[in-house]
Write a protein that binds this ligand. Structure first.
Ligand code: PGA
Length: 258
């Protein structure tokens, strides 16, 4: 059984005081929930405040939105895995489509970061997904395969088990237009098949694959009840503690038939 993982990607939002308030409200809603793995992914500037606010809530983890692949050195403006570990960060989102598009991150760069994260015992959440144009051209599988082979090159079975994949169709991010549960399931099943190619069936079966792209309270349950959808990477709807808490609850209860 794969434990569901639901992450709040705050992107470039949340002042420290807002982050502290969010954590307080979230804990009132879900407590130190252990049925689902919950990860809060603040901007770098709010990480320490989130860690401090979580206090004794051991089950809720903290992630970062990006990192550099080098350990330390003359890289002005960059943050390394070691600096993140120093703040008790456990996860790092890598290869988000906003970084691929706006900051020219290639699969090769994502791969360097993934390997550096794993070396530092940070768990990568590796984002893959097609654009609308690529979907309309019928190239979804080709794109996913290229991104997965490129971003995960050289990883051992153990590395893959530590890694989370996020399927985020670019056309669904921040648009209010989510993939249907069937479209998402099809892509997730293909991703799992590709993971089998990269390692073996047992390993592929253990890797968690999140869906991301306009996840909200209304569609969370239907998406996460699909057999290969093991959680959600939530952007917009994660800025409100109540709606994020409801998405977490949907992950906890997805076996309940409505
Ligand atoms: P969204 O973003 O939920 O606002 O669509 C998801 C993401 O970019 O991770």
């Amino acid at each position: 059984m794969r434990k569901k993982i639901v992450a709040a990607n705050w992107k470039m939002n949340m002042l420290q005081a807002e982050a502290a308030e969010f954590v307080k409200d979230l804990l009132l809603e879900i407590g130190d929930m252990s049925a689902v793995e919950v990860v809060i992914v603040p901007p770098f500037t709010a990480i320490a405040k989130v860690v401090e606010s979580l206090d004794k809530a051991q089950n809720i983890k903290v992630g970062a939105q990006n990192m550099h692949w080098e350990h330390s050195g003359a890289f002005t403006g960059e943050i390394s895995a070691a600096l993140l570990r120093d703040l008790f960060v456990r996860y790092v989102v890598l290869g988000h489509s906003e970084r691929r598009q706006m900051f020219h991150e290639t699969d090769e760069i994502v791969n360097r970061k993934v390997r550096a994260a794993l070396e530092a015992t940070l768990r990568p959440i590796v984002c893959v997904g097609e654009t609308l144009e690529q979907r309309e051209r019928g190239s979804v599988e080709k794109i996913l395969s290229l991104q997965l082979h490129g971003s995960l090159a050289g990883l051992s079975g153990k590395d893959l088990h530590e890694t989370v994949i996020a399927y985020e169709p670019v056309w669904a991010i921040g648009t209010g237009r989510n993939a249907t549960p069937e479209q998402a399931q099809e892509a997730h099943a293909f991703i799992r098949e590709t993971l089998t190619e990269l390692s073996d069936a047992t390993t592929a079966d253990r890797v968690r694959i999140q869906y991301g792209g306009s996840v909200k309270v209304e569609n969370a349950r239907a998406l996460m009840s699909q057999p290969d959808i093991d959680g959600a990477l939530v952007g917009g709807a994660s800025l409100d503690p109540r709606s994020f808490a409801q998405i977490v609850q949907a992950a906890a209860n997805d076996e309940v038939v409505e």
